[in-house]
Design a protein around this ligand. Structure first.
Ligand SMILES: [Fe+2]
Ligand SMILES: [Fe+2]
Length: 452
């Protein structure tokens, strides 16, 4: 979320039109029409024991691109990520993860600030230290990572474009982190299939629209699978059923809504056609989908009928956004999957008080953005101090997960009538951010055999 997307009804309308468009070209999936495939789906997979760690939205920024000066300060006014500390935060997480017993690590995209080649090389070097501890790594791109026209350096009060990377370069830089060991790669995207543990397949899906970035002149936040990629995904799932492999999925965009009306408020954070794609994954007994993108610690679930089954969208927050989390997943032979959350609580530059600093940083940043948006709607400055902190508190509650909704999510007592009218248009978003959809967000055990 950025200032540009806060309070943008027009953006929401554009998304809805796009959604309607994409539905017009749908062909039925094979599982819906092919009796042989339907028969294959009668059998459920058995998950092998596996322990793995999830990281997301590292947004690594090499500070040699500039971290002082007016241009960088202006950039940060519209971005709440802890970019200046991204290297230290990643180093701290890498050290902790290296010491953790686990089979493999997945990174759900947005590896860099804005796809700068130098940042990709830096993040790959840091992740290599996890590989040295004996764990396999698997990455996929986020919307900031490939062919990104926003790759910049900041010199004094000036910005200057720097090299981003192509899709071919992405696969080359992260060759050891998924691409070289892939069982198969999708020719139309950076998606691939891997087998991190015998019997467990990882479908690493590229949901990003990086092909359109150069023509647009900026990175596309929205996500979508092309029809060709959907055919490839389904073929991999058919193959998994034939080989009797359990499948987990990782992707950058959400596969389910993470709060009421997520698609309406911020549709570009959930993959387009999410219901159709989720229904297909469910038909092939996929239960666990690991995502990132919105920078929130949030797990949601959806039960489908015919075939009956439940999908969990396990979104991991950003390492450079409060509460700076990563997750540990433990699939056991009794077919349960436990999810635990860990947090970076100290970095060399801030050995004490880092969580408080990180929370205040996102709070002040969100208040600043809310102020700017409200001023744009001619809300008097005197009312900003009453309204903007309430928006920021709702947003942070969602970022942390396990939100406990207050009795009143928005108090407008004492603000002017015009301010009340403007904020009323955002009341549902504030209320929705406070609404924690089931299940729990940080600590949870999922029964992988329920609902089938
Ligand atoms: Fe991100
Ligand atoms: Fe993202």
């Amino acid at each position: 979320m950025s200032r540009n997307t806060l309070f943008t009804g027009i953006g929401i309308m554009a998304c809805m039109i796009c959604f309607a468009c994409s539905q017009a070209h749908q062909a039925p999936f094979t599982y819906e029409t092919d009796p042989v495939v339907k028969e294959l789906l009668a059998d459920q997979p058995t998950y092998p024991a596996a322990k793995f760690i999830i990281l997301s939205d590292l947004h690594y920024y090499d500070t040699s691109l500039g971290s002082s000066g007016q241009a960088f300060k202006d950039y940060l006014a519209d971005d709440r990520k802890l970019l200046v500390y991204s290297g230290e935060i990643l180093d701290t997480a890498v050290k902790a993860i290296s010491q953790e017993k686990a089979d493999f690590v997945i990174v759900c995209g947005d590896l860099t600030k804005d796809g700068e080649k130098v940042c990709h090389e830096g993040v790959a070097a840091k992740l290599a230290r996890i590989a040295q501890s004996g764990k396999k790594l698997y990455v996929i791109p986020g919307n900031h990572d490939v062919a990104c026209p926003d790759a910049m350096r900041y010199i004094g009060d000036k910005t200057e474009k720097v090299l981003s990377i192509s899709d071919t370069e992405f696969a080359k830089i992260y060759n050891e982190f998924g691409y070289s060991s892939a069982i198969e790669r999708d020719p139309n995207s950076l998606s691939y299939l891997a087998e991190p543990i015998d019997g467990l397949w990882l479908l690493a899906l590229d949901s990003c629209l990086w092909k359109q970035n150069p023509a647009k002149g900026h990175h596309i936040v929205d996500g979508e699978f092309s029809e060709e990629t959907l055919v490839w995904i389904e073929n991999m799932l058919i193959r998994a059923r034939k080989s009797n492999k359990a499948v987990i999925v990782m992707m950058h965009h959400g596969i389910l809504e993470h709060y009421p009306d997520n698609e309406k408020h911020y549709g570009e954070y959930v993959v387009n056609d999410f219901d159709r794609v989720g229904r297909m994954l469910n038909a092939y007994h996929v239960k666990l989908v690991f995502t990132g993108h919105f920078h929130a610690q949030d797990i949601t679930m959806k039960t489908f009928e015919n075939p009956k089954g439940t999908i969990y969208d396990i979104e991991t927050g950003s390492l450079v956004t409060y509460p700076c989390p990563y997750r540990i997943i433990n699939i056991k032979q009794d077919q349960s999957a436990s999810i635990k959350s860990r947090f970076v609580t100290s970095i060399p530059s801030l050995p004490t008080g880092f969580p408080e600093y990180a929370e205040n940083y996102v709070f002040e940043g969100t208040v600043g953005m809310a102020d700017d948006a409200l001023i744009g709607y001619k809300v008097p400055e005197v009312d900003l101090a009453k309204l903007s902190p309430q928006i920021a508190r709702a947003y942070i509650a969602h970022l942390k997960g396990d939100e406990i909704k207050p009795e009143k999510t928005l108090v407008t007592k004492g603000v002017k009538l015009w301010s009340k009218l403007i904020i009323a248009t955002q009341r549902s978003l504030i209320d929705d951010w406070w609404s924690d959809l089931a299940p729990a967000d940080n600590e949870l055990t999922i029964n992988l055999q329920a609902d089938d």
